[in-house]
Structure formats: structure tokens, C-alpha cells
Design a protein around this ligand. Structure first.
Ligand code: UDP
Length: 238
């Protein structure tokens, strides 16, 4: 399948049309951004690492009954995906307090939460992705029916339980992550976008080291080394 027209360019990916009207080609870029793109960087090979990591995780989730947009991987940094209308909600799942949760609510950084927390953020860079509640989602017509918000929550929790166990076996603690969902032409809700160290936080269970985009956000260095280590552990047979 060949790329045709550039349909959309985001911070970490480009989407192209292809010969099939129901499919798109997603290209994973080497660009890194943080703090709503106020901080920018480039890490050669990062796109290919995220593409491989996300492919493995989406394949794993498909096997566990989570429908995804992924059709197949075309090469190191391209995936063939189903065309969906992205639901403009960033669904964040948290097992441990850190990042904006700790900042906003003063919860101690690193505190394990007593239950899995699912939050919705409006996907809107101009508004700085504000946190939103169910009524805001309905007011903004982000979904057609309130039930769909419950479906998003359930799917997000299932993804969390599969990934948390998978990474624990590989000595990585899944702290939190963000997922996006889209609707295909038949109205099915599919896990879309990506799941990678750009969109998750992983802490090494033995050293406590951060193995994700926080290395870039916090100038910790060795960004690519950490992403390579995450891929290596994903590939370990357990
Ligand atoms: N996240 C993301 N994209 C965003 C915002 C957050 O992928 O636009 C991920 C982030 O990598 C982390 C989780 O969602 O794994 C929770 O992020 P948080 O709200 O703590 O955001 P931050 O500290 O980056 O402001």
C-alpha cells in the first residue's frame, strides 16, 4: 500500500490517504514535543521505536478483545490503519499519582492510587487540553450518547489491566497513560492513535528510573535508550 496525500500532520504522526478509502497510512515521526508543544525536540529513530512498540501493544490488546484501528505494520515507522472519526477526548488512566494530577490536586508524587482513576481531557491544543466531566462531553457533543462515555471508561480500564500485568512481568510499573478512540464507518468504537512511551509513563520496578517521555520533559537525557529498553522488554518472552 502506497502513501498518497498528506491528510493531517500532528505533533508525533502524519496521516496519509492510500488506495483504499476506508484505510489510512500512519507515519510515526521522530519529533518530540511537551507542554503543548512549547518544548520541541528530535530523536532520530524514535518514530520507528514507537511504531514497533505501539504495534506490539495493539496486537496484544486485540488478542484480549479490545478492537483497534490497526490493520498491519507496513515498515519500521508506518502502519496501515482503519479510517476513523477520532472522538476528541483524551482518556487518561492513572495507577500512580504524578504529573498534572499531583500538581493540580497536591497528591504526593509517586503515591499508588487506591483505585484506577480514569479522566477525560478535551483534545484541543488552543484550550490547552482542559480536564472535562461527562456533562461537558455532552454539552460539547463529543459523543452522541452518554452511554458511550461509560464504554470509553470500561475500555480504558480493560486496556489498563492488560497492560499493567504485561509490563509488571517485564519489571516496568505502568504509572499512567493516555489513549484515544475513534469511530469507524459502522459506528464501532476502536482504540486508535498510539500507545508508546510518548503517551505512557513507565517506571523501572528495580531502579525507579523513568523510561518514557518524562526523560525529555524533565531533561533527564537518554530518551532513545529508554525507549529501546521498553521495546526490548516488550519483546521478551514471558
Ligand atoms: N499524556 C499524553 N498526551 C497529552 C497529555 C498527557 O500522552 O497531551 C499522557 C502522559 O504521557 C501521561 C498521562 O497522559 O502518561 C497523564 O499525563 P498528565 O496529565 O500527568 O500530563 P503532564 O504531566 O504531561 O501534563
Amino acid at each position: 500500500m502506497e502513501k498518497r496525500e498528506l491528510l493531517y500532520e500532528g505533533k508525533a504522526k502524519k496521516l496519509y490517504t492510500c488506495d483504499d478509502d476506508n484505510l489510512l497510512i500512519s507515519e510515526f515521526k521522530d519529533d518530540l514535543t511537551a507542554f503543548n508543544a512549547q518544548k520541541k525536540g528530535l530523536e532520530s529513530g524514535k518514530g520507528a521505536l514507537n511504531c514497533q512498540i505501539s504495534t506490539h501493544l495493539f496486537d496484544l490488546l486485540e488478542k484480549e478483545g479490545i478492537a483497534t484501528h490497526l490493520v498491519e505494520t507496513l515498515d519500521q515507522n508506518h502502519q496501515l490503519v482503519k479510517k476513523v472519526d477520532i472522538i476528541p477526548i483524551e482518556v487518561v488512566v492513572r495507577n500512580t499519582a504524578t504529573g498534572s494530577l499531583s500538581k493540580r490536586l497536591g497528591i504526593k508524587d509517586g503515591l499508588e492510587l487506591p483505585f484506577v482513576l480514569v479522566e477525560f481531557y478535551l483534545k484541543d491544543d488552543d484550550l490547552n487540553d482542559p480536564i472535562i466531566c461527562d456533562d461537558h462531553c455532552m454539552l460539547l457533543n463529543l459523543v452522541q450518547k452518554r452511554d458511550e462515555l461509560e464504554i470509553l471508561r470500561q475500555k480504558a480500564k480493560k486496556i489498563n489491566s492488560v497492560l499493567k500485568d504485561f509490563f509488571a512481568k517485564r519489571r516496568l510499573n505502568l504509572i499512567d497513560f493516555k489513549v484515544e478512540f475513534g469511530k469507524d464507518k459502522d459506528g464501532n468504537i476502536l482504540l486508535s492513535d498510539e500507545i508508546s512511551p510518548d503517551s505512557c509513563r513507565f517506571w523501572d520496578m528495580d531502579s525507579g528510573e523513568k523510561m518514557d517521555k518524562d526523560r525529555f520533559r524533565q531533561n533527564l537525557g537518554s530518551v532513545k535508550v529508554a525507549y529501546e529498553e521498553v521495546l526490548k522488554r516488550i519483546l521478551e518472552e514471558k
